[in-house]
Design a protein around this ligand. Sequence first.
Ligand code: AMP
Length: 214
Amino acid sequence: MNIILFGAPGVGKGTQAKILSHIYHIPHISTGDILREAIKEQTPLGIKAKQFMDRGNLVPDDVMIGMIKDILQTDRCKNGFIFDGFPRTVEQAQSLHPIFKELHIHVKKVINIEVDEKEIVDRLGQRLVCKGCGKIYNSEMDHFNIGDKCFKCGGELYQRNDDRAETVKKRLQVYRKETEPVKKYYEDLGLLHNVNGVGEIEEITQRLFTALKD
Ligand code: AMP
């Protein structure tokens, strides 16, 4: 199964992708996580990407398209994948077409998770991430603070640089301008399915199952 999870930053793509990845036994391909790992390792990709990410901008299309093509050609993706955070521009979406064709990959559904902007701003401001396993927490709902330990792996919880208020504003502007048109692109292709992203995590997973089964 090949799934593209689409939506603004903070709608819960990462949380849901981790759950679906576990259930369907297919890898969760988060371009944001891959870039953050590259930054940690200080690879040439990481050094380049950091300048864009810290300001809330997108990493250039040519870098991202090359990266995703390399990943799709690995054995990891041979039984399918869940994309989280790609494509993020119409150019990226268009570039997938010949790559999928060449690699005989079929994507039947693009799931758009919808949450209103006020809730997104609150969620991102409250988001904490485990340095060890990447588990996502909400400081308000889960009663965790920066520096606390992840209950799953004991890793330290931190706030992403780009989840600070001023960068969140910029990311949402970038989303509206560059990423939102991708929705129309997939709608026109008849691939887009909207899912309400407000509610309990389990409830949203159920909605995703329904959308994927239909
Ligand atoms: P995310 O973890 O998906 O919110 O991504 C964090 C940041 O990584 C984004 O704000 C971008 O700077 C960068 N990024 C992730 N995926 C892409 C992509 N497909 N195209 C361009 N930049 C990306």
